[in-house]
Design a protein around this ligand. Structure first.
Ligand code: OOG
Ligand code: MG
Length: 258
């Protein structure tokens, strides 16, 4: 029987070689959510052992649009490392990825440690910035198909992320009902509203804090958090420029190296 370490290595190799694998639940149908989070930790530990640093977290499947798109109906969290960040305005190499997608998101930056069960307002007041962000996904599973434990183990399909310029501490009101778009080569291909993210992106931040607390973790000062996509992810095929714009929070953009 495969161990958690075997599964983490399988996903790590799939990512490094750009070759898809079968979902872990096809080998282990009883794989639990708790076990999947332990595999996620081991998967990220392999990156850390290669010199990457944990810089924050992301929430996923926080909007109805995403849950419907992926057929998974529960929000999840994943771990972000510095090796995943790509500079805004820079060029991203997509060769070597399996089936990359982009999503329109909002990111937060923590000005102080935040721990335990907090309200959305409390969570937001611990932040000193918000920005438009692109979540770059690349499921390690064949055809981007998975169940809840599979996608958790695969660190919520994390491939990379791009942060736009930070805007000073946004208020609850200032973050509700913001139009969010993702454009490929200047054409809008996915759009939604910030309230599609868990009702409000700061609710997603508070939910993350509660999830981390379950395993004795917390959000450290300086951490970056992606709150989840407001609208469906889009395949990054045959495109040169990817841009996410969020009303009053500016834009994050990158060019694709082909
Ligand atoms: C899982 C990651 C979901 C989001 O923002 O909903 C996610 C996936 O769809 O592959 O990042
Ligand atoms: Mg996302």
């Amino acid at each position: 029987m495969a161990t958690r370490t075997d599964f983490a290595r399988l996903l790590d190799e799939a990512q490094r070689q750009g070759k898809p694998v079968e979902p872990l639940t096809s080998f282990e149908p009883g794989l639990s959510v708790a076990d999947a989070y332990k595999i996620q930790d081991e998967l990220v530990a392999l990156r850390v052992s290669r010199g990457e640093k944990i810089v924050g977290y992301k929430m996923g499947l926080t909007s109805k649009a995403k849950m419907q798109q992926m057929g998974v109906s529960s929000p999840i969290m994943a771990i972000l490392t510095d090796g995943m960040e790509r500079p805004c305005g820079g060029t991203v190499e997509l060769a070597g990825s399996i089936h990359p997608k982009g999503e329109p998101e909002i990111a937060f930056r923590l000005a102080r440690d935040l721990r335990g069960k907090v309200s959305a307002q409390e969570a937001l007041s611990a932040c000193d910035g918000g920005c438009a962000a692109i979540d770059l996904l690349d499921s390690r599973y064949r055809d981007f198909k998975f169940t809840l434990p599979d996608v958790i183990a695969d660190n919520a399909s994390c491939f990379g992320f791009v942060l736009g310029p930070w805007h000073p501490a946004p208020s609850m009101d200032a973050l509700s009902g913001l139009a969010m778009t993702l454009s490929l080569n200047g054409k809008v291909v996915s759009s939604g509203s910030s309230e599609a993210i868990y009702g409000h992106p700061a609710e997603s931040l508070a939910a993350l804090c509660a999830l981390l607390d379950e395993s004795g973790r917390f959000l450290k000062r300086g951490s970056v958090v992606l709150a989840g996509a407001a609208s469906p992810a889009v395949a990054l095929k045959a495109c040169n420029r990817v841009e996410v714009a969020v009303e009053s929070l500016g834009a994050a953009v990158f060019d694709v190296r082909s």
